[in-house]
Design a protein. Structure first.
Length: 320
């Protein structure tokens, strides 16, 4: 299978991380017999330095021709323009955290949030119907519940009309509609059953603050933007540090899993990468940001190398 991808870097550190994630994607492509054409481009600081703007029209046009885009930066400069230029209609914040890191939970139960918090980027009826369809389809595939926090006032009738129809398509029942306060209360009590949330942008901001405070591992999280066809743009916000070797790689890696599965429809490949990532974590390998006091840790590059070795083992198994 041949796929075209774009990796955008917002800083020199992001460019180094982009190199590492390219290697992982190349490993997956080689192992499973695919061909990934990976195009590099700039966003935010790097784009401003070279072109005078946080994202160029040329980058947006080239990105629209790709199967998926991956943006790495320490801020959101250019992201709004890029997502708008790609025709994105939905933004989601993913919470995918392995059980072996439950000790980082700030709850006594050590439960971690698991699911997707999302908001429509437009309430145009046709676009919103596609956005709702993306989420209900994903929820059905993952056997997840869906909670809606709709816009009130003049938008409420249109919201209910659209989501009732989509919910019936996938569940043959009415959507579970709630408000931010009730959803946050439920999240704090049962974070592992967060499921899929479709909400107003303001409600999403409230819920994301709650979810991030629970997991204690914001560097493992990433955002995804959908266009009319599906997941299109993945954004990973990196910490500002003096070296790429001190940055957590796991948000990048989990975003790559999601991209393989939902943008490229490569479920087997996504499952392989996810297993390799979790194997490394379960074996006790840690980067400095998640190492406990006195615990040995390795560089960001070392984590990528360990995962590459895991993928190579899978390739040897497949070949034999």
């Amino acid at each position: 299978m041949r796929k075209k991808l774009m990796l955008l870097s917002g800083s020199q550190m992001a460019a180094q991380l982009s190199y590492y994630i390219q290697q992982i994607l190349t490993d997956i492509a080689v192992t499973f017999g695919h061909s990934f054409l990976i195009i590099e481009n700039k966003i935010s600081e790097l784009s401003i330095k070279e072109y005078g703007s946080s994202i160029t029209e040329e980058a947006i046009v080239a990105g629209a021709d790709c199967d998926a885009l991956f943006s790495i930066a320490d801020d959101e400069e250019g992201l709004k323009e890029l997502s708008a230029g790609l025709g994105c209609i939905l933004c989601g914040h993913l919470y995918t955290l392995p059980d072996c890191l439950s000790e980082y939970s700030l709850l006594k139960s050590e439960e971690m949030p698991a699911g997707l918090i999302s908001y429509p980027m437009t309430l145009d009826k046709a676009a919103f119907a596609l956005a709702a369809n993306h989420l209900y389809k994903r929820a059905k595939a993952e056997n997840s519940t869906v909670n809606e926090i709709p816009y009130q006032g003049s938008h409420l009738v249109s919201w209910e009309e659209v989501t009732d129809k989509v919910a019936n398509k996938y569940y043959i029942m009415n959507p579970n509609r709630t408000d931010a306060s009730a959803c946050l209360s439920q999240l704090l009590r049962f974070p592992e059953s967060m499921g899929v949330v479709l909400a107003t942008k303001k409600a999403c901001e409230i819920l994301n603050e709650g979810a991030k405070s629970i997991c204690g591992l914001p560097s493992f999280l990433f955002d995804v933007y959908w266009d009319d066809k599906g997941a299109k743009l993945f954004y990973v916000r990196t910490e500002q540090t003096d070296s790429a070797e001190n940055v957590s790689p796991f948000g990048l890696l989990y975003a790559a899993v999601d991209m393989l599965k939902y943008s490229l429809q490569l479920e087997r490949e996504a499952a392989c990468l996810l297993a390799c990532i979790n194997n490394v974590l379960e074996a006790g390998w840690r980067t400095a940001d998640i190492a406990r006091k006195g615990q040995l840790h390795v560089t960001t590059e070392a984590i990528f190398n360990l995962i590459s070795e895991q993928i190579e083992l899978v390739g040897e198994f497949i070949r034999h």
